[in-house]
Design a protein around this ligand. Structure first.
Ligand SMILES: [Zn+2]
Ligand SMILES: [Zn+2]
Ligand SMILES: [Zn+2]
Ligand SMILES: [Zn+2]
Ligand SMILES: [Zn+2]
Ligand SMILES: [Zn+2]
Ligand SMILES: [Zn+2]
Length: 256
């Protein structure tokens, strides 16, 4: 152990040159030098200093001292200091800003860093956060398809399931497309003006090729959901119910 420039060891005894005394053990040396008024003492480093100024200079420079610039707390490692600043002073590292209260800090994290308040994880953009938030939703929407035992967190999740052809009712992407086309024709709606896309968000004009993608978009984008899409959702539910009635008694999945 490096005891600094003021402690000497002759192989047997220790000598504190500032106190000018000999000690037969390190423990004896520490127990006096720790409390003496003849010099300053750093407990963490067990070192003596000529003056309070010298001790202060040591604390500023030594790697074993990590001073919090907000409250002057002395942390043992740079990581501990960073954790202290982040948690005690609500420090945002990317913005180099501290916050006085947990509430304003949380609001900042949500608004600027797209943080999920459930798991405190931050996301690159609002879209990624929205996708992530699905994870916290309960799976309590049961498939509209008759005799299908799947449940979903969102309507778009159910549509993805139907489009993938996994619905146990036998309804698939084609049924959805037909139902949407009939709905539009009956109600005089156009769901897309964008060439090459069958669907489009009526609020922000983002184009999509599948109903699931359109619903996924409006479920997250505040203000994009509208009455027509609510009606269409009801229509698809009815279509699913009708689909089971239309089924021939010995349905084999083959269209004839
Ligand atoms: Zn001493
Ligand atoms: Zn020290
Ligand atoms: Zn602090
Ligand atoms: Zn920030
Ligand atoms: Zn989360
Ligand atoms: Zn299903
Ligand atoms: Zn939109």
């Amino acid at each position: 152990m490096n005891l600094g420039p003021y402690i000497e060891w002759n192989g047997e005894d220790y000598r504190c040159t500032l106190c000018d005394r000999y000690f037969n053990s390190r423990t004896a040396l520490f127990s006096r030098c720790r409390y003496t008024s003849q010099h300053d003492w750093c407990e963490r480093c067990t070192r003596v200093f000529r003056s309070p100024a010298a001790k202060q200079a040591h604390i500023k420079a030594a790697w074993c001292h990590n001073i919090c610039q907000v409250c002057d707390a002395d942390l043992e490692t740079p990581t501990e200091r960073m954790n202290h600043i982040k948690t005690v002073h609500y420090y945002c590292q990317p913005c180099s800003r501290t916050f006085a209260q947990a509430e304003t800090f949380q609001k900042h994290n949500v608004d600027v860093h797209h943080m999920c308040v459930h798991c405190k994880q931050s996301f690159k953009n609002e879209n990624n956060l929205r996708m992530h938030k699905q994870k916290h939703l309960p799976r309590n929407l049961f498939c509209y398809g008759t005799d299908c035992c799947y449940a979903f967190k969102s309507f778009s999740g159910m549509l993805i399931h139907i489009e993938s052809g996994n619905c146990m009712s036998g309804i698939d992407e084609e049924d959805l497309d037909v139902a949407v086309a009939v709905f539009c024709a009956n109600n005089d709606y156009t769901l897309s003006c964008t060439p090459g896309y069958r669907y489009e968000c009526m609020a922000c004009f983002a184009p999509f090729n599948k109903p699931s993608a359109l619903y996924q978009h409006v479920e997250g984008a505040r203000g994009c959901y509208n009455e027509i899409l609510v009606e269409l959702r009801c229509e698809l539910k009815l279509m699913c119910a009708r689909h089971s009635e239309d089924r021939p008694p010995f349905y084999t999945g083959i269209a004839f």
